[in-house]
Design a protein around this ligand. Structure first.
Ligand SMILES: [Zn+2]
Length: 671
């Protein structure tokens, strides 16, 4: 999601910081398997009161998963790692006249866990809008999702009171459906669920979806199996509005019926192009695929049945989509859309040694040209190409940017993103690259966004910042992130990154700062600590190991440590589990006999090496550092020594501004 709707309170000044020329280079080389290096723990002073412990407080659930062999402490998935799977076959009809969606679906749920499952949990996200549903932000109220039929293995089941322990059936509590099966689902077995449902499409103002009468962004629209994983079991956290999602992987076969003349953008691949698109539209798509140019697929005069789409039977067309191995399916439809498309070069995505391309689509209303939407395909193509080089090749066949309701702000679903306005070109590029970066985290690396939003939003903000530096030639969005973090650092609103997304103080910037800006800042500090090459190798290795899987925070920490060959418990602890701040100052500079001693005072709580540059009278710049373990004993002063016959005339702490110092006071000393 895009955080701008939360950042309205940020003074404009903060978003208009001077652009600095960046010094960070793109990472080099392809991901390589990490070595499970022996990681040594730091030497702790026995009376270590300052930090309590410098190791990460691993949860008992994670430790138990290590015992069971599904997780490891070097960050690789364990030998016994498993994941559930589901196959969704859904047909739905969008009824724009009555603003409704009607659908029916078959879900085959496959139990790959080692235990039998007497119950299943299913999300009914549309019930966020139902009257009386608990939530932590205002939403338009609808009737919620009306279930018309539920069957298990071909036999209808009813709504029952599950406190009556002998009965099978289902019970719905707001966005969560609990379904007790007639017989437990054995390991390796599957069960067929059949449901039909309908709902009123929420109006603009609904988070991450809705209709403004011209466009329809349909998301969180079908009964979706909750995640049952090896660490926690069922994840039944309800959808309350703020925190996002944790979704399992599966295959989708979706038939969407819309009025002829409507264009549809969706997750996956359109498999019946010739049934719904005219020859003209298909020829233009082929040109976009082959030419390398941005091609107008549907222009102003094409937007009607017979020009852009086929006429359809009874004025309707059914668009059939397939998507395998994705964690969700969403779509948008409108008869107002223009359509631009281009091919993005993504590198060797399929591993056959040859470069691949992915299609980039933009669907938008003519009125949105004033918001730079006529550049959306160009922005999307740069985003996909940049991130394919920075991370790893874009793994999906296509990417679609949707001009949607204002309350989408910016929202990601697999291969498709909904963006609301108003915008200018910087803002549209910024939100486009952010949402498209989510196709890596969390779409591909499927973490739990509810409990650990930093694992998707923070990595995405970091990746967005790198792309913006490239597209806008040196724009330093990372500095904006750091200043946004520093604006509440250590204050009474700040919360640690490890806070559940629904447990931040609502109506404050605490969630956005922790999940987006501080995490992006943490990644910049990690990069400074490890060095560019090691950092990129560890970061990509985390993605490689956990692609299409469900990493916990510990899998992230452990992977970085094992690839880097360093114990970083002190870093995770300070910046993820606490709100400790970093505050170093130059206390004194004294010279005697060609040796200058620079004493650094640590007034903060977060341990960090103090890196400085001392300039001598002859113009030479000397790098020096007070190592991080100087602080582990609780010592408040550390010394860096410079040896030079020429006297030191200037000292500056962290001159490249790579660390999130809560103040720059005391950072410069001059003779
Ligand atoms: Zn986001």
């Amino acid at each position: 999601m895009n955080a701008n709707r939360y950042l309205r309170a940020v003074p404009a000044l903060m978003l208009l910081l001077p652009m600095l020329s960046g010094c960070a280079a793109r990472g080099a080389g392809a991901p390589q398997p990490g070595t499970a290096a022996a990681v040594s723990a730091p030497q702790l002073h026995p009376a270590l009161e300052r930090f309590g412990a410098l190791r990460v407080p691993e949860t008992r659930a994670f430790a138990a998963a290590v015992e069971r062999g599904t997780r490891t402490r070097d960050g690789t998935p364990g030998r016994a790692y498993w994941q559930q799977w589901a196959r969704y076959r859904i047909s739905a009809e969008l009824l724009p006249q009555s603003n409704r969606l009607e659908a029916q679906g078959q879900i085959t749920y496959i139990n790959r866990s080692p235990g039998a499952l007497p119950e299943l949990f299913i999300h009914l996200h549309q019930n966020l809008y139902a009257r009386g549903a608990p939530r932590n932000e205002p939403v338009p109220v609808t009737e919620g999702m009306k279930l018309r039929r539920v069957s298990v293995g071909g036999r209808a089941v009813e709504a029952v009171d599950l406190s009556d322990t002998g009965r099978s059936g289902y019970e719905i509590e707001a966005t969560t459906m609990r379904l007790r099966l007639p017989t437990p689902l054995a390991p390796g077995d599957s069960v067929l669920l059949e449901l039909s449902w309908a709902f009123a499409i929420p109006p603009d103002g609904a988070p991450r979806q809705g209709t403004d009468g011209e466009t329809h962004m349909i998301a969180y629209w079908y009964p979706q199996l909750a995640v049952y994983d090896d660490v926690t079991g069922w994840h039944t956290d309800p959808y309350l509005g703020n925190a996002e999602f944790y979704m399992g992987y599966g295959d989708y076969d979706v038939a969407l019926t819309v009025p002829a003349g409507y264009l549809v953008g969706a997750t996956g691949t359109l498999v019946n192009e010739s049934e719904v698109l005219t020859q003209q539209t298909r020829e233009r798509l082929a040109e976009a695929r082959q030419s390398g140019r941005i091609v107008t697929i549907v222009g102003d005069t094409d937007r009607r049945p017979g020009r852009s789409t086929q006429q359809g039977a009874a004025g309707k067309l059914t668009w059939r989509w397939r998507a395998d191995g994705v964690r969700d399916f969403a779509f948008a439809a409108s008869d107002h859309y223009l359509w631009d498309a281009a091919a993005a070069r993504v590198g060797d995505a399929d591993g056959d040694g040859r470069p691949d391309t992915a299609m980039v689509h933009a669907l938008y209303r003519p009125s949105r040209r004033q918001w730079a939407w006529d550049r959306a395909a160009e922005f999307g193509r740069h985003s996909i190409e940049f991130l394919s080089g920075f991370l790893w090749p874009y793994p999906y066949p296509q990417s679609t940017a949707i001009d949607g309701v204002r309350s989408c702000s910016g929202m990601e679903y697999p291969m498709i993103t909904c963006i609301g306005g108003p915008r200018d070109s910087v803002s549209l590029y910024s939100v486009t690259v952010h949402e498209l970066a989510h196709f890596w985290f969390p779409m591909r690396v499927g973490s739990d966004e509810k409990r650990h939003s930093w694992q998707d939003e923070g990595l995405t903000r970091f990746n967005q910042n790198q792309a913006m530096r490239d597209f806008f030639r040196g724009m330093d969005r990372s500095e904006v992130a750091r200043n946004n973090y520093l604006s509440i650092a250590g204050g009474d609103v700040e919360r640690p990154l490890m806070t559940h997304g629904d447990l931040y103080p609502m109506g404050t910037r605490a969630f956005v700062v922790a999940s987006y800006e501080k995490m992006a800042t943490n990644m910049e500090m990690l990069r400074a600590l490890l060095g560019e090459e090691t950092f990129m190798r560890a970061y990509r290795e985390y993605g490689r190991r956990w692609e299409n899987r469900h990493p916990t925070p510990f899998d992230f920490f452990n992977t970085i440590e094992s690839v880097a060959g360093r114990e970083l418990g002190w870093f995770w602890r300070a910046w993820w589990f606490e709100t400790w701040t970093l505050d170093h100052r130059i206390a004194s500079v004294t010279s005697r006999g060609g040796e200058t001693r620079i004493v650094i005072e640590d007034r903060g709580m977060a341990p960090m090496p103090a890196r400085l540059i001392a300039t001598t009278e002859d113009g030479v710049r000397h790098e020096a550092e007070v190592p991080v373990d100087s602080w582990f004993s609780g010592e408040r002063h550390g010394t860096a020594v410079i040896r030079s016959k020429s006297p030191v005339v200037r000292v500056e702490l962290d001159p490249q501004r790579r660390f999130a110092y809560v103040t720059r006071d005391g950072h410069v000393w001059t003779r």
